[in-house]
Write a protein that binds this ligand. Structure first.
Ligand code: SF4
Length: 311
């Protein structure tokens, strides 16, 4: 017998029913993971507290739809009471489908507010043709959203940035601004009046893509303003994708690293008192072994909260 038995020959064909069950199982796992990661971020960074009114900024992109979706699920089972209000800023970009979000949010049954402000015309008028418009556009948007937060009595402002946005920002700051700086999961706004939170801080973008497909969010394209996509961010995103392809797990390790900062082993004298450093005279098993080669075999384990190790 010369027949070659390949895997395909022997494998049992999956029936359409099997395939449906597999998709359902995967989707269920994805939902659980998203809820767990968002819940963990909320706990680790104390993002939402009893009685909070969270203004969820919804742009019409996959990330903010997913953020609202998961926050609604978590609120239904949370041990504390908090309110959510979805807010969209309609910047009057040409072709913006203004009926999409009100329809979606009404059907969802979540309180919402649409703020109509023609920042598009201001930006077009002020910025010369060919120059990037994003700086002024974001500044205007930020001011408007903080005012709206005040008017609505919101105690927290939630933005839909995810883990990959944070890593990209980290590398952008390192490459182009000479800073070790990412995007914080929680911050006080520059006007000092608002707490901004990023509940998707632990979530991978690829999971948000899959969730958006599953939930069939009515996505509004983000290119309506006609501005060119940020080229540097695009390049960094591509670099990270390539690294992950060649070295699976690298993104996860880098993200863990952002939560394990060791100022004594960087070079910033404002974070660690190098000048005043004195020998203690006492041996320390956990101390630094400066002459030994670094040992990377003990991979860092993900901490449950942002930890700055003071050595
Ligand atoms: S891409 Fe367009 S809408 Fe977004 S910040 Fe830039 S100018 Fe504003």
């Amino acid at each position: 017998m010369s027949a070659i038995w390949t895997e395909e020959d022997t494998a049992t064909e999956a029936t359409p029913q099997d395939k449906i069950l597999k998709i359902e199982r995967e989707t269920h796992k994805l939902e659980k993971r998203l809820c767990r990661q968002v819940g963990q971020a909320i706990v680790d960074y104390n993002m939402i507290e009893e009685g909070d009114k969270v203004m969820v900024c919804v742009s019409g992109g996959k990330d903010s739809y997913a953020m609202l979706d998961i926050l609604l699920k978590l609120r239904a089972r949370a041990p504390i009471h908090f309110d959510l209000i979805a807010v969209n800023l309609d910047q009057k970009q040409p072709g913006f489908p203004e009926e999409v979000l009100p329809k979606y949010l009404s059907e969802l049954g979540v309180p919402f507010h649409i703020e109509n402000q023609d920042t598009y015309s201001i930006v077009k008028r002020v910025i010369p043709e060919g120059k990037t418009t994003c700086g002024l556009c974001s500044r205007l948007r930020r001011g408007i959203l903080y005012r709206v937060a005040d008017e609505l009595g919101a105690t927290k402002v939630a933005l839909g940035h995810h883990r990959d946005d944070m890593l990209q920002t980290f590398f952008l700051n390192m490459f182009f601004a000479g800073k070790l700086k990412s995007m914080p999961p929680k911050l006080v706004s520059d006007d000092g009046r608002h707490i901004v939170i990023r509940p998707l801080a632990n979530v991978a973008e690829k999971d948000l893509v899959r969730w958006a497909q599953h939930r069939e969010f009515p996505i509004i394209p983000c290119t309506l303003c006609g501005s060119q996509e940020n080229l540097q961010r695009k390049q960094v995103a591509e670099m990270l994708r390539e690294w992950e392809k060649k070295h699976p797990g690298r993104i996860e390790n880098m993200f863990t690293a952002l939560q394990n900062v060791v100022p004594s082993h960087l070079l910033d004298g404002t974070r660690h008192d190098f000048k005043g450093l004195k020998a203690t005279g006492a041996a320390d098993e956990e101390g630094d072994k400066a002459f030994d080669a670094p040992d990377f075999s003990l991979a860092a384990t993900a901490p449950s909260a942002l930890r700055i190790v003071q050595l």
